[in-house]
Design a protein around this ligand. Sequence first.
Ligand SMILES: [Zn+2]
Ligand SMILES: [Zn+2]
Length: 682
Amino acid sequence: MNNNQIRPQLSPQDAAAMLAQLQQQNPQAYARLQAMRPELMETGNEHLLNNALAASASGHGHGHGHTHSSSCSHSQAQMHFSQPVPEPPPKPDPTQMSIVQAVQYNEIERVKQLIESGQVDVNTPDQEGCYLLHWAAINNHIELIRYLIAKGATVDLIGGDLKSTPLHWACRQGCTEAFFLLVDNGAAIKSADVNGVQPIHIAAQYGQIKILAYLLGSGVDVDCVDERGLTPLMYSCIGPSSGYVPIPNSSHVCCTQFLLTFGADVNHQEPTRHYSALHFSINNQNPISFHSLLKHPQINIHVKNGDNFDPLIFARMRQNSDAVAQLERRIQSTKAHIKPVFLQRYLVNAGIRKWLTRFFMLFIMTLIGLSVNSYEHSYWLRILFPIVVIFLCSHLFSYYVLEAKSVDHFAFAYVISSSVLMYITYWIYLQEPKFTISDIIYHFSTVYGLYCVRCIKTLNPGFIKQQNMTLEGNSLTKEKICIAFARDPRWTLDHFCVTCLIRRPLRSKHCPVDGSCVAKFDHHCTWLNACIGGRNYFYFVRVLTFGTIALIIWMCKALHLIFDDFEQYSIKYLLTQIYDPWFIYMLMLTAFNAVWVTLMTSFHLINAVFLGVTLNERLTGFRYSYFRDENTGKRTNPFQRQKFKNFLETFGLFRLMSMCRYTRIDWSQVYDINQISGAKMN
Ligand SMILES: [Zn+2]
Ligand SMILES: [Zn+2]
């Protein structure tokens, strides 16, 4: 096993000697080292050291380049522990190659010659106890594997010092084609090597997501353990060793989230050192695994290992500053601060917290305006009073109400509060007794805009549920989807969500905030605290458009008023004597809002109407494959050609669309750009 062993610069013998010396001379330092560098101790332990040596010498380490075949019979320990890797020897002449060399170099003619002349038997091991099928599998030589199997090679041959099968070797190097070829020829997917390590453990550790998907879809237990009691989840947190080189083009991503989605036990602890997956991810500096684990609802961040270290202490000892910061924030935000018990009943409720956040924002914004406006008090009091009150209130607020989630409500609370205050100010300062057209447009825009905000918040933006997945008319279970994903080389991670376990429709994306895939995903709006997708985008554009109209009318009216008075009084006199400070405060607020809302509206309209793309597609630089012309490979935009249809769709004028014979596309059912026929697209 060479999973989580570090690579000391010392030779392993020297390291062992040094550690033994340290243990004698300074037992305290030794104990500290033991806590901080458990793997080093393992390599210091003679028995485990020998194991590690055996592991590094075994087949697992070999063969990703065909080229180092000739250094195979060699001083393996140096190969793995000393840094500069020797230059690969030149490729030998094919006609002189041994059978093992011929397999490693994919010289199929030479292999055929040797086997068919009867000089070599396909099931004879080489000096290291490895078989031809092992070498063919680890190098992903598909033709050779087919040939060897046809010539009677046994698929589940056990070879190398780890006593592993060709399937193990293919897994580790990310040879997906070789893996499926072996499986199709009856290779046992649950075979265990000398350490009880199964293909699922290797796939999880080396990030072979397609192989992992196949194994989980075929019913391999997601929590199966090896002889050390490690689960696939722990292997994914350990991650590949630093020198790992997968074969080119193999997909190689962190599998932790995928295993968690499949129901892996997130708090399982291995029996010897009592490490949890969280400990492993901290120990091996694996931030992707660490974040996936931390997001899991059932994660216990106080679980202690055998040395009585919880993840926070452990992260401090391992000097994993990112993990320390994350864990401290998490512990801070989950503390139950609420002291008067009768308050707990109300403040634990998420809905009440949400509304408190909204009112808090409205209260603060109103307080600033009102206190500035109170003439009868001195200048200093008017400034100091709101500062003191806001300071006290925000402390009380963060003490009782605020948690990580409440922060999400602040931007939305600002949007709503400023709209309400603007509207009230309009009635007081700008509305003349006689209604003009612009007054009517203003009132309508504000009221209708707020109604659309409500619609965005309550409507489903297009969340895709696993239950309604179909492939060629058949509904799919998550197991079937995983196998389909694994088997089809055209399905990349762009087409498969490892969190929702669904086949992703075209233009959809996984929203991390809502934890679900959204059809025709646009963006997750922080200002409205809502997901914007294909189903509610037109409400979003209406909010922006009517918001811009309302803001511009407000500003025009206010500026008009000022310019009229400007002819009679000086500007200083106007600002200090004529206008209420409240009005000036609202004027500044509205001017600020008008600028950013107008910019945002123009940006969204250009994207949606002129380019016909979502914000997500725009921001990711059109990187999705459907923006590439299949024949020429150049960038094209298939949505740009139909501006009028885009306009109607953007504003949700669906009846007009059908009158113009445009079809409204249900993006949750489109998986391929060719599904939308050319006639409709033009
Ligand atoms: Zn998803
Ligand atoms: Zn979202």
